[in-house]
Design a binder for this molecule. Structure first.
Ligand code: OS5
Length: 229
C-alpha cells in the first residue's frame, strides 16, 4: 500500500511533515514530493499549489509516477452550510465543479458531455473516517463539496452555489483531484476543515484561521493512516 496525501498549500501538509521522520524530498514535474514511512505504510506527500490545474497535475503524478494506490486530500474550505463553523471537519460524500458552465448549449451547470456533475469518493475510506471519528470522539460532518477556480468571498455567490448544487462547503481543488482518481481507479477521500464562511469576511477569516484548521484536518488524516496501517 502506498498512500498519497495531498494538500493545496504548504500549510496544509506541514503539520504532517512535522510528525514524520526520515523524509526524502524528490523534485519532479516542477513540484516537490516527500516520501516517508509511517507505521509501516509508505506515504508520498505533496502540496499541489492552488486551484484545479495544479491539483490535477499533482494528483496524476502521485498516481502515475509515484505509484500511489490511494489518495487522501487534507486541507481547508469555506463553509456554505450554516451548520459548519470555523474548525469543523467535513468530508465530501460527493464533489462538483461550480464554475463549469456551458449552459448556453442547454447543459446544466457543472456538466460537460461525457463528464458527470457529481463524483463520489471511496465508500471504504468514508467508513474508516467514520470509525476514526467515533473512536476519537471527533465531530465529522459529511456533505457536498463544490470546487471552482476562485476564492469565494461573497454571500451572493455562496448562496448561488448552495442553491445550484446543494453544496455544503467550497474550495478550489477537490473535484479535479476526484476526477483524476476516479478515472485512474484510485480510491480517494477528500477532507477539509473550515477556515472561513466564503462571505465578505472570508479573506480576513482565512488569514486568521487557515493554519489552525489545516492542522485539524492533517491530524485527522494521520489518524486515518493509523487505522489503515
Ligand atoms: O487552495 C485554496 C482553496 N482553499 C480552500 C478554501 C477556499 N476556496 C474558495 N473559497 C473560499 N472562501 C475558501 N476558503 C478555503 C484555500 C486556498 C485559497 S487561495 C488562498 C491564497 C492565499 C495566499 N496568497 N498568497 N499567499 C497566500 C502567500 C504566498 C506567496 C507565494 C507563494 C505561496 C504563498
Amino acid at each position: 500500500m502506498r498512500i498519497a496525501i495531498l494538500g493545496a498549500m504548504p500549510e496544509e501538509i506541514e503539520p504532517l511533515l512535522e510528525k514524520l521522520d526520515d523524509i526524502t524530498r524528490i523534485d519532479y514535474a516542477d513540484n516537490r514530493y516527500f516520501k516517508a514511512k509511517y507505521k509501516g505504510v509508505e506515504l508520498v506527500i505533496a502540496y499541489s499549489k492552488i486551484g484545479c490545474a495544479f491539483s490535477t497535475l499533482t494528483a496524476t503524478v502521485l498516481i502515475e509516477h509515484f505509484g500511489c494506490n490511494m489518495l487522501l486530500f487534507s486541507g481547508v474550505a469555506g463553509a456554505i452550510s450554516s451548520e459548519l463553523k470555523i474548525g469543523d471537519l467535513i468530508y465530501a460524500d460527493k464533489l462538483c465543479k461550480h464554475d463549469l458552465d456551458i449552459t448556453v448549449f442547454g447543459h446544466p451547470h457543472g456538466f460537460v458531455p461525457e463528464g458527470q456533475i457529481y463524483i463520489y469518493p471511496d465508500n471504504d475510506l468514508i467508513s474508516i473516517a467514520q470509525k476514526v471519528a467515533k473512536e476519537k470522539n471527533i465531530t465529522l460532518k459529511e456533505g457536498t463539496i463544490a470546487t471552482g477556480d476562485q476564492f469565494v468571498s461573497s454571500s451572493e455567490k455562496k448562496e448561488w452555489i448552495k442553491d445550484t448544487f446543494n453544496a455544503d462547503a467550497l474550495e478550489m481543488e477537490g473535484y479535479s483531484v476526484a476526477l483524476v482518481c476516479d478515472a485512474l481507479n484510485t480510491p480517494f477521500f477528500i477532507l477539509r476543515a473550515i477556515s472561513d464562511s466564503a462571505d465578505g469576511d472570508a479573506g480576513v477569516d482565512f488569514d486568521t484561521f487557515m493554519e489552525k484548521s489545516a492542522k485539524v484536518s492533517a491530524d485527522f488524516i494521520l489518524n486515518m493512516v493509523d487505522e489503515l496501517s
